[in-house]
Design a protein around this ligand. Structure first.
Ligand code: CA
Length: 491
């Protein structure tokens, strides 16, 4: 099927394919490979790019992801351009950078007055696939709605900031199967709203979140009795797992066993974690690394179950599977607890995409950016004509398919205070350096430059030593920000 078929034509041709399949005595499943590809996106929250066995960095146990990497295009240089929850999620859905997506910060009660949430009229890849006749399922964390009073009575909404909100059906951007929540960080007892669950009656579950979500994803894939999605139609499914997000202790014991032979110190191999003395980083790293890795191993196991379900259902060949994360995690690197900074631990995310016969398995140092994901997926699936003209991300489909074509030279970095969209931090990352500029009230801008090749742990700021590099990268960054109409330049 080509990308310029409208929904009616598609429905007709899909119907015709089913008729042909019936007439020739083949099953509907046998007819599926010639139809549009399915799409499965699995993205855990806060999993850094280092936390894959195949990355050769963190000493994690991830056999399923390592096997999947061998069948995939693996991009170890992929980043989250704004490494925090809601901004990433909006970039993923819309292919827009944060000022254009409307989500410049996390969605919570404090940012609600600034309209910080995914706009109802945003044109997401899921809206486009819905128009093309796809069934669409969303399982897990959404975090793209601003919480409003009366607030949902649950954990994550009892402090000063309220985080969790129901997503009303008219804000689900084409997803017709829904089993999700806004923000709810109790991984052993998660909560969800199903497709028809009323706002004030969420369902609480007594099972580890990723396992529960994988159980449901497998049911969605099997689709026994056509209960979950339209039979014979292509589908897209998102599984947005919360772990390895905090609290790290909320992980089944069985996943800790993978690290039983190592001390806490042996698990921490990053030179930017200061294990001497009683630094904040040391405390965080020693207290959290084991459980964080255990969560990663748990996510790996559940991801493996989802991938196996696709093979068992005969859907692996005609399904694009993407595994990534919304941002990484410092866990003590640079004395920092988590994310929302320009360091590699925070910005770099896993990125592996598999499509047998269409994308050759390999490792590529492509500088993939988050807003590029939406147009790339639509292009790969044959819907390049439907990519909105004002989209800021760039399709990398040709690079994915052939390895040839124009390559991005850099990746932007953002941190934007919602009350001051011209302020905060901006940066640029390329194969050699990371530049970060912080704008402070009544003070000169603070400039940081790291040489990621000669100082891979980013321990030194070489901005003063290398003014020419700073000038060149700042000019490139500003040119790109100008294209995006970032108010940073007008301040
Ligand atoms: Ca997150």
């Amino acid at each position: 099927m080509t990308g310029n078929l409208d929904r009616r034509t598609f429905l007709k041709s899909a119907g015709a394919a089913a008729l042909i399949a019936r007439a020739s005595g083949t099953s509907a499943r046998a007819a599926e490979p010639s139809a549009s590809p399915n799409l499965v996106i699995v993205f855990p929250d806060q999993m850094r790019g280092h936390a894959l066995g195949v990355a050769g960095e963190d000493p994690v146990v991830t056999p399923n992801l390592d096997a999947f990497a061998k069948e995939s295009l693996y991009l170890p240089q992929a980043v989250s351009n704004y490494p925090v929850c809601s901004p990433f999620r909006a970039m993923l859905m819309t292919g827009q950078y944060p000022h254009a997506s409307g989500v410049m910060g996390n969605c919570l009660s404090r940012t609600e007055p600034y309209g910080c949430e995914l706009p109802k009229n945003a044109r997401c890849w899921s809206d486009i696939l819905s128009d093309k006749g796809y069934s669409l399922g969303y399982i897990g964390k959404w975090h793209l709605d601003a919480p409003r009073p009366p607030y949902i009575d649950c954990k994550n909404n009892r402090g000063k900031d309220k985080w969790n909100e129901w997503c009303s059906p008219d804000r689900r951007h084409g997803f017709d199967f829904w089993y999700s929540y806004g923000t709810y960080d109790w991984h052993m007892n998660p909560m969800y709203w199903a497709t028809d669950t009323p706002r004030m009656k969420p369902v609480f579950v007594n099972q580890w979140g990723p396992e529960h979500e994988a159980d449901l994803a497998i049911k969605y894939i099997r689709n026994t009795g056509g209960k979950y999605r339209k039979k014979g139609k292509p589908f897209a499914l998102v599984v947005s797992m919360n772990p390895p997000h905090t609290p790290y202790t909320q992980v089944p014991d069985k996943y800790r066993k993978a690290y039983g032979g190592k001390t806490d110190r042996e698990l921490i191999n990053r030179a930017n974690v200061n294990l001497k003395g009683k630094s904040r980083g040391s405390r965080i790293a020693l207290a959290c690394t084991r459980n964080y890795f255990a969560m990663v191993t748990g996510v790996d196991e559940q991801f493996g179950r989802i991938v196996k379900a696709l093979s068992d259902a005969g859907l692996d060949k005609n399904t694009i599977v993407l595994f990534t994360s919304d941002h990484g995690n410092c866990i003590g690197s640079h004395d920092l607890p988590t994310k929302n900074n320009h360091y590699e631990e925070s910005m770099r995310v896993p990125f592996m995409i598999r499509w047998p016969g269409e994308i050759r398995p390999r490792k590529d140092d492509l500088l993939m950016s988050t807003p590029d994901i939406c147009p790339t997926l639509l292009d790969l699936m044959g819907f390049s004509d439907a990519i909105p003209k004002n989209l800021q991300g760039t399709s990398r489909a040709e690079l994915f398919r052939t390895g040839k074509g124009d390559r991005p030279k850099s990746q932007l970095y953002f941190w934007i205070p919602v009350a001051n969209p011209a302020g905060g931090r901006r940066g640029l990352r390329n194969h050699r350096y990371t530049l970060e500029i912080t704008r402070r009230k009544d003070k000169p801008e603070q400039v940081v430059l790291h040489d990621n090749v000669n100082d891979s742990f980013q321990l030194k700021n070489v901005a003063e030593k290398l003014p020419d590099v700073v000038a060149k990268m700042t000019a490139e960054m500003n040119a790109r920000l100008k294209q995006l109409k970032d108010p940073w330049l007008g301040a």
